[in-house]
Write a protein that binds this ligand. Structure first.
Ligand SMILES: C[S@@+](CC[C@H](N)C(=O)[O-])C[C@H]1O[C@@H](n2cnc3c(N)ncnc32)[C@H](O)[C@@H]1O
Length: 269
């Protein structure tokens, strides 16, 4: 049981740039400062599960991208990207297929600046600063026009991004606006926090991280599955991230079936 007093003492972050750096620390990356490491450690005192979930999700993303490359996909549109460091989409995809092209999108201008710096010199990767709520801004961006040929299969990825869209913002319409223009043989990959009674104690903590409600929306697996409506959801369906096509034995001591982030991948046929 987490102590409400300890959560109350945490600093309020509510800054995507700082959160992305804390995430980078939890991923053992190198794109953060000592202050982010210290902040991350403060959060871990109250929520020891968070670094595990972030790492499990990033490992799942790696498996998903390698699977997509194995299916011939060479174009990736990653929506709500954070910092493109430490085993992010372009690193994994271009290691498996050097001609893979990746466009990252995030609305945060600070993350965009970091993205430009980290991707400098990589002709096949770009970073667009745009809001997913305005899909045309993404589709019409010079980076998307230069790197993505929509006549070819493309993978659209929403990794821990949809929780930042409320139901009032109509996330189904946002997903449809990105899947609609894709060619047959394209894919949609999603990971998403689920509600869990053990998370009830964490709401004040999420408030510290993301701002007051409704800054984060948790959705049950059945609701996450609805985002794939009209597509062919691949096996094993929408499942906890450690169980999405694991290529090593899942960490059984961490109860992978109880991981509170679920993921799924579907194909447009
Ligand atoms: C939890 S982070 C996930 C980062 C990344 N996908 C990963 O796996 O590390 C969510 C990201 O979504 C971005 N985001 C949230 N709402 C957005 C919107 N409406 N348009 C674009 N980006 C958004 C945030 O700025 C943040 O960087």
């Amino acid at each position: 049981m987490v102590s409400p007093t300890e959560i109350a003492q945490l600093p309020a972050v509510d800054d995507p740039g700082v959160l992305a750096r804390i995430r980078d620390h939890w991923l053992d990356g190198s794109d953060h400062a000592e202050s982010h490491r210290e902040l991350g450690e403060q959060f871990v005192v109250c929520a020891p599960h968070l670094p595990y979930l972030v790492r499990a999700e990033r490992r799942m993303l790696g498996r998903m991208v390698r699977y997509l490359v194995s299916q011939g996909v060479r174009q990736f549109l990653d929506l709500g990207s954070g910092v493109p460091a430490r085993d992010h989409v372009h690193e994994v995809a271009q290691e498996a297929a050097p001609d893979a092209r990746v466009v990252y999108v995030d609305r945060d201008p600070g993350l965009w600046q970091d993205g430009l710096r980290l991707l400098e010199g990589n002709e096949n990767a770009a970073y667009v600063c745009a809001d997913l709520l305005c899909p045309d801004d993404v589709w019409r961006s010079p980076e998307v026009r230069r790197l993505l040929d929509l006549a070819e299969p493309t993978a659209v990825l929403l990794i821990d991004t949809l929780p930042h869209l409320t139901e009032l913002q109509d996330p189904d319409a946002v997903v449809a606006a990105f899947v609609g223009p894709l060619a047959r043989g394209s894919y949609l990959g999603i990971s998403h926090f689920i509600p869990d009674e053990s998370l009830d104690d964490w709401w004040p903590l999420y408030g510290k991280m993301f701002g007051p409600p409704p800054s984060v929306t948790l959705r049950p697996p059945e609701r996450i599955a609805q985002f794939f409506t009209g597509l062919d959801l691949l096996e094993p369906g929408v499942v906890p991230v450690p169980l999405w096509r694991p290529d090593v034995r899942p960490d059984s001591d961490r109860n992978p079936e109880r991981a509170q982030i679920h993921a799924g991948l579907a194909r447009k046929n």
